[in-house]
Design a protein around this ligand. Structure first.
Ligand SMILES: [Fe+2]
Length: 445
């Protein structure tokens, strides 16, 4: 579909990372049967074809047009593929497949964007004072992480595509899981650092990661393992979905209006529950973490007399240590590796809780990063000192609306570089498509 790309030796490392990420998203699109590109697996989102054009249009609009002031060669596509849609509020999209260009046209556009951008980037200096957004490859970091985030949200979308519309891909076998003994870990009072300072080296971060904020966190306890499908099945069997008192008003209204009676990834056949995986439906794996919405996670927590952890409690449990030092990851300061958790595209589906003992935090809490994001009770908002990106003002600020909750950690489909401590993600409480799990906490009284 694309001509083989060879990069000149002089290419900057970050350009090489972008080219590698293109290979990753190209692979992801190969999951979709060609005749299914015009399907819309999630009703609130665009058809799959939009995303095929969007990744390149984003890079082109930011770097090609805005920063390098290159001439557009297909302006209509630059606009058509510029923006995704936010499912908050408004009605569902009503476009038809015939409103969209053909796949060969989109591939031709993409190919030309890549060639034009890469050739132009070869000629510019990343220290040109006239190109501040290119300093140290800054805009390339934006393009890279934008693409990697779409690699995950596309996976949510393709998860909802009927199995017969997909070409099955290989999946690594899960590691042998030691048995998990449910229990709670005690986290002593201490300080959690959210975000990071602008002066902390040159490491890239999105606008919502700045600036650093230190928060004193009182002692609390937190589940050492995520809530499993088995535990959630017990909640259901005990009438969890029917008892009004476990639900907030808006969650109850949502659940009742939509007739929701079980996790979105589950299907009942006869009297047996099945799990809808990426490429197959399997008998419900009881020891896997349950993927549910924030509303369902909160109802479960209320039933067991606990609550979802706050964002700072998550940080404290994941990165805190007994001596007060904070670490980069739950397991320590070394970068993510496959033996430490189910992340960085290792698998398409989760694995049993507690499968990665080497990734456990200093306080003995398992799977905080990987195997599914974790819901918190914290409403997404700016950290002190927040400044929106001038070239992408709505990236975070559009979601400071009190209707989104912070999720932390990462899923099997989260890129390794997005697992950094300061990275924050957010979703609406009723958005059921996310690879998000949870655990409960209890404040010391
Ligand atoms: Fe996007």
């Amino acid at each position: 579909m694309y001509a083989q790309q060879t990069l000149p030796e002089a290419s900057h490392t970050i350009v090489k990372s972008v080219v590698e990420a293109r290979g990753l998203t190209d692979e992801l699109f190969r999951v979709v049967r060609p005749e299914s590109f015009y399907e819309r697996p999630i009703p609130e989102r665009h058809r799959i074809l939009f995303y095929l054009g969007h990744l390149e249009a984003f890079d082109w609009n930011l770097i090609g047009r805005r920063i390098l002031a290159l001439n557009s060669f297909q302006e209509e596509f630059d606009r058509l593929f510029a923006f995704g849609i936010d499912p908050v509020g408004g009605g569902l999209p009503s476009d038809r497949p015939s409103d969209w260009p053909s796949m060969p046209e989109v591939y031709r556009y993409n190919q030309r964007v890549r060639q034009t951008l890469d050739a132009a980037l070869e000629k510019v200096s990343f220290s040109d004072p006239g190109l501040p957004l290119l300093r140290d490859g800054y805009a390339l970091h934006v393009a890279l992480e934008h693409r990697l985030m779409h690699a995950e949200t596309l996976a949510y979308m393709l998860h909802q595509l009927p199995l017969e519309s997909k070409l099955r891909q290989a999946q690594a076998a899960p590691p042998a899981a030691p048995p998990a003994a449910p229990g709670m870990a005690k986290i002593p009072a201490g300080v959690a650092t959210l975000g990071k300072g602008r002066s902390e080296g040159d490491a890239f971060g999105w606008d919502n990661e700045f600036e650093a904020q230190q928060v004193a966190v009182p002692e609390f306890t937190i589940d050492a393992y995520n809530v499993t499908n088995l535990q959630f099945l017990e909640f259901m069997r005990a009438g969890g979905y029917e008892h009004r008192r476990f639900w907030t008003d808006s969650d109850w209204e949502w659940k009742t209006e939509r007739g929701i009676e079980h996790p979105f990834f589950w299907t009942l056949r006869g009297d047996r529950w099945f799990y809808r995986g990426m490429f197959e439906e399997i008998p419900l794996p009881l020891e896997w973490p349950v993927y549910v919405s924030h509303a369902e996670a909160s109802a479960y927590a209320r039933r067991v007399g606990k609550e979802l952890p706050t964002e700072v409690q998550f940080h404290r449990a994941a990165f805190g240590t007994a001596n007060g030092q904070e670490r980069d990851y739950p397991w320590g300061d070394q970068p993510p590796q496959p033996r430490l958790g189910n992340f960085d595209f290792q698998r398409w589906d989760p694995v049993a809780v507690g499968s990665y003992p080497s990734g456990t935090s200093a306080f003995g809490v398992a799977d905080l990063v990987g195997n599914g994001w974790e819901w918190t009770s914290t409403v997404f908002g700016p950290l002190p000192g927040f400044q929106a990106f001038p070239f992408y003002p709505g990236y975070s600020a559009d979601f400071f609306d009190g209707k989104h909750f912070v999720i932390k950690g990462g899923s099997a489909r989260t890129a390794g570089r997005l697992l950094r401590r300061s990275f924050r993600n957010w979703f609406q409480p009723h958005y059921p498509y996310v690879f998000a799990k949870f655990r409960c906490a209890r404040s010391a009284s």
